[in-house]
Design a binder for this molecule. Structure first.
Ligand SMILES: Cc1cc2nc3c(=O)[nH]c(=O)nc-3n(C[C@H](O)[C@H](O)[C@H](O)COP(=O)(O)O)c2cc1C
Length: 178
């Protein structure tokens, strides 16, 4: 079957990793949240995660100055809040209050966990060499939390233009990947 051209600006829609996360930061004593889908695993132990946070976002300044964040992983039940958080800036707004999300103290970093998310990864920025060029931060996960009551959390995966894929069936195969 003949293939057709796929516009380069849309390539991200095919490779978009996931899941979508809510990143909390703290700046000048105030916590904020940004919706983020551009992230990638980089190492198992210690867990390293690369992520892109645009310099146009308020969260960029917080992460650059304070070097700490929490990657909070939401499930489909929070989908509407996830999009709303990503559609506005926290520079003058308390997104926790506005979107009815509950901050909960982290153990090793200043930004709070989001209680409603089934997993929370406390992170420190460990490499900033690609921030200037790509807005790319390398994070080390220094503490991870999971809700044991959530057996099969259905996470969100962004496909651009307001389209999300929600985790569905799970299959188990003899993969050699750890
Ligand atoms: C589904 C979704 C995914 C997003 N992914 C990213 C991302 O990976 N990096 C980024 O910088 N902004 C991303 N955004 C945009 C930010 O969430 C948005 O600009 C937000 O308003 C920034 O908030 P802040 O100014 O409070 O930091 C995404 C938004 C949505 C809705």
């Amino acid at each position: 079957m003949a293939k057709k051209n796929f516009p380069l600006p849309n390539v991200y829609r095919l490779l978009e990793p996931g899941p979508v996360v809510l990143v909390t930061t703290a700046h000048k004593g105030k916590a904020n949240i940004i919706t983020m889908s551009w992230l990638t695993m980089m190492e198992f132990v210690p867990p390293l995660v690369g992520c892109v946070i645009s310099g146009r976002n308020y969260s960029f300044e917080a992460l650059t100055r304070n070097g700490e964040c929490v990657l909070n992983i939401p499930t489909v039940e929070l989908a509407k809040q996830v999009v709303k958080v990503g559609n506005c800036t926290g520079s003058k707004l308390d997104k926790f209050n506005k979107f009815k999300l509950t901050p909960s103290p982290a153990s090793k970093v200043a930004p709070p966990l989001i209680a409603e998310c089934f997993a929370n990864l406390e992170c420190k920025v460990v490499d900033r060499r690609m921030v200037n060029k790509y807005n790319f931060f390398v994070l080390e996960v220094v503490k991870a939390w999971i809700d044991p009551a959530r057996k099969e959390p259905r996470t969100l995966h962004h496909q651009g233009k307001g389209v999300f894929v929600v985790d569905g069936d799970r299959i188990k195969l003899p993969s050699r990947m750890a």
